[in-house]
Design a protein around this ligand. Structure first.
Ligand code: ZN
Length: 272
């Protein structure tokens, strides 16, 4: 399943995305659901809308937290001149940082260097604590694409990364949640990031230093995970700085493309 959260002008709704390229009978459509599939079993209303007639929203607003893993790909650690951490390096983003596909990333006032980081994100499906590595599959609802937008200058100057990686709009998620991959399948998917159409990142999730089951187990050992919590699993090599107006697209094999444009605060006025 591909679970989208969308708006047709009114309140957010949920639906299953059906892509024509998968052999569906219709052009790309969204089969509308009753309620939130993270909170209740999937129940179709019978209504269908064209995918291009709706506005896709962030597929999930994390109920309690976005947990992020830093420095989880060797080539990315090397490009920034950092050390390989002894254990997973974790930080949080607040749920107020989350935006959806096509939403603007708003350059934080006073930050000078903003970078993109294309990442695979895990969406948790069940309340869980201390999940054994071999049971991680049971607590995962699905996967989505994330862009871990980072203020590099703040990351250097602040001891904590709350500001550098937690500012408003620093966590684009989307375009939907892909729920049909097993943990094994999600552990070998190509992540490709382009900036204004030019390829900047191209690395497989197979290159992660800490693998998906180990990450979920390690994180759930210290904090309770709730349905709708999101885990960002780190970025492959190729990160770089952005300038206002640039368009960043992150594609993960079989999961679609998440596209956002970064704008200066002045350009964001009036969009609130
Ligand atoms: Zn990251």
């Amino acid at each position: 399943m591909r679970v989208a959260r969308f708006s047709s002008g009114g309140d957010p709704q949920y639906g299953l995305v059906e892509l024509a390229r998968d052999g569906g009978e219709h052009p790309d459509t969204v089969a509308v659901l009753n309620g939130d599939p993270l909170a209740m079993p999937v129940q179709l209303t019978g209504e269908r809308v064209a995918l291009d007639s709706v506005r896709l929203l962030a597929p999930v607003i994390p109920r309690s937290k976005v947990v992020c893993v830093g420095r989880n790909y060797a080539a990315h650690i090397e490009e920034l001149g950092n050390e390989v951490p002894d254990r997973p390096l974790l930080f949080f983003k607040p749920n107020t940082a989350v935006i959806g596909p096509e939403d603007p990333i708003v350059w934080p006032t006073a930050a000078e260097e903003i970078s993109f980081e294309g990442e695979l994100a895990i969406v948790i499906g069940r309340i869980c604590k201390e999940v054994p590595v071999d049971q991680v599959q049971d607590v995962i609802f699905g996967y989505t694409i994330a862009n871990d937008i980072t203020a590099r200058d703040w990351q250097r100057t602040d001891k904590q990364w709350a500001r550098a990686k937690g500012f408003d709009t620093s966590c684009p998620l989307g375009p939907w949640i892909t729920s049909h991959y097993t943990v094994e399948e999600a552990s070998d998917l190509m992540i490709t990031t382009t900036v204004d159409g030019e390829q900047r990142q191209h690395g497989s999730t197979a290159l992660m230093l800490n693998k998906l089951p180990d990450l979920v187990s390690y994180i759930s050992a210290f904090t309770t995970l709730l349905p709708g919590d999101v885990i960002l699993t780190g970025t492959p090599a190729g990160v770089g700085l952005l300038t206002p107006g640039q368009q960043i697209s992150v594609t993960i094999e079989g999961m679609g493309t998440l596209t956002n444009t970064i704008i200066k605060p002045a350009d964001a006025e009036g969009t609130k």
